[in-house]
Design a protein around this ligand. Structure first.
Ligand code: FAD
Length: 449
């Protein structure tokens, strides 16, 4: 046992310092298998004070630290690269009481999304963000990547849900703003700075979250359309004509086929179509009549499947939810989560398909239509860097973003200057120095080296 392990063991207890190589493996590789590195060890504190103790020991030993939540991140930001200490926050999973007056709750950074949603539901409320990794993704990881998911058009991304936070700095000092005051005009938004910071500024230990009402009636529809432009037209008409639009997700024939094959489930229709739009509504009154009326007059909706009960809705959602896992069965994917302004989406799609085709690779495309957010999954890219470069440059040309919701991580750090100006990069570097002067937290993530 080396000096670092025994000092950390004094903080968290010997059982919570992991050095066994077989156990470390689960913390060293990301969810896709694309990003992997060696950890010096994994340390699993139980609470904020232990987090502070761990950071002080690591700072003293000058060992870099990689904070990790559920390890479902897709840009390599939560796995070690070169002998860092992995600081796992999963044990900080306490769920505080729901405040029904403010509609808020304070949870530990290690609480999973699914646990928070169940906790809110027990109090008659819901949490605004949802995504397919819900059983493993933690609130701390979701705040740090500013996760988006399938309900951004209704409730916004994580940034819109965070009303307070507690975080530990590398010198052990604690930033604590958990009052959740809906109105507060006292200067710089320090909690907001932590949203999307990808573990580079401080270690988040608790978060105060805004909760949202649970809709009484929900309806989901999968609609077959000709292409992305048609899907956008249909989206515009249901957005205007049907109350409670919560999700608008797009996927295509090849992706659906892989999902159905790998999960042995039936497709939504007997006929295969090129493009599918899944829309989901939640409202006080049943949105189904308004949805039926909005669809009846449209000849660009080629087929439709509508579900109002929970089991049938889940069946329709499985076609979309299953994409990320199904893609992984084809090999280690190159995952490019990008966004462009809605009017440019179809043109960008054509360019994207052409780039991947020229590279001789396979593209499985799906995404969050309302936000112009595509998940381009590329399988069999011989030269991933050149392909990524071409896609990132195209995105920038269309005025889009190189990361819509997964973060920058190590995957995209070198392309950040495409979408962030020199002034912004200087301010980001100065922010990093102010919070983490020794550069201890997540070196190589987010900011180009
Ligand atoms: C099947 C699947 C579907 C997904 N769907 C979506 C989707 O629809 N929308 C979307 O936005 N994302 C999606 N994701 C990716 C998404 O980024 C993660 O699910 C989630 O946000 C990360 O949470 P995590 O706890 O796993 O974080 P990790 O992967 O452990 O870490 C992510 C980043 O946060 C940092 N971090 C983690 N915890 C802390 C902490 N307490 N303090 C400081 N830094 C911390 C890490 O260092 C790392 O940089 C999906 C992933 C999968 C596998």
């Amino acid at each position: 046992v080396d000096e670092l392990s025994s000092r950390l063991a004094r903080v968290v207890g010997p059982d919570q310092v992991i050095t066994d190589r077989a156990v470390l493996a689960g913390y060293e590789t990301d969810w896709t298998g694309r990003f992997a590195g060696r950890a010096r060890l994994v340390v699993r504190p139980a609470d904020r004070d232990e987090v502070a103790g761990v950071l002080l020991v690591c700072r003293d030993a000058r060992v870099a630290v990689v904070p990790q939540g559920g390890n479902t991140g897709l840009v390599g930001g939560g796995v070690p690269r070169d002998g860092e200490v992995v600081l796992s926050l999963r044990r900080l999973d306490r769920l505080g009481p729901v405040d029904p007056i403010a509609g808020q709750v304070t949870v530990g950074a290690g609480a999973t999304l699914a646990a928070v949603r169940r906790h809110a539901a027990a109090a008659g409320l819901d949490f605004g963000v949802d995504l397919a990794a819900r059983e493993s993704a933690t609130i701390g990881g979701m705040v740090n990547t500013n996760a988006g998911g399938i309900r951004v058009l209704r409730w916004g991304s994580m940034r819109a849900q965070v009303v307070g936070a507690e975080a530990v700095l590398t010198d052990g000092r604690v930033l604590r703003r958990l009052a959740g005051l809906p109105k507060d005009s006292t200067g710089y938004d320090l909690v907001g700075t932590l949203v999307g910071s990808e573990g580079t500024l401080a270690v988040l230990t608790a978060v105060r979250l805004r909760l949202v009402p649970r809709p009484r009636r929900q309806v989901t529809a999968t609609l077959a359309v000709a292409d992305t432009v048609a899907a956008q037209r249909v989206l515009a008409s249901v957005r205007a004509g049907v109350p409670g639009l919560t999700s608008a997700e797009i996927f295509y024939a090849d992706g659906l086929r892989i999902v159905c094959d790998t999960q042995s489930i039936a497709p939504p229709f007997r006929t295969s179509y090129t493009t599918y739009l899944l829309v989901d509504f939640g409202a006080e009154d049943d949105p189904t009549p308004a949805l039926a009326a909005a669809l009846a007059s449209r000849d660009d909706v080629l087929d439709s499947a509508i579900a109002t009960d929970e089991a049938a809705r889940r069946t329709l959602w499985a076609h979309r939810d299953g994409h990320t896992e199904a893609v992984n069965t084809l090999g280690v994917p190159l995952k490019l989560d990008v966004g462009v302004p809605a009017p440019a989406l179809a043109e960008f799609e054509h360019e994207l398909r052409a780039i991947v085709e020229v590279a001789g690779a396979r593209l499985v495309l799906f995404g969050h239509l309302a936000e112009g957010n595509f998940h381009a999954n590329v399988i069999g890219a011989h030269d991933p860097d050149t392909l990524t470069d071409a896609v990132m440059r195209a995105v920038a040309r269309y005025g889009g973003t190189i990361s819509a919701e997964h973060g920058v991580g190590v995957a995209k750090a070198r392309w950040l200057p495409l979408v962030r100006s020199p002034v912004e990069l200087e301010l980001m570097a100065a922010t990093k120095r102010a919070w983490d002067p020794d550069g201890l937290l997540n070196p190589g993530v987010l900011l180009p080296r």
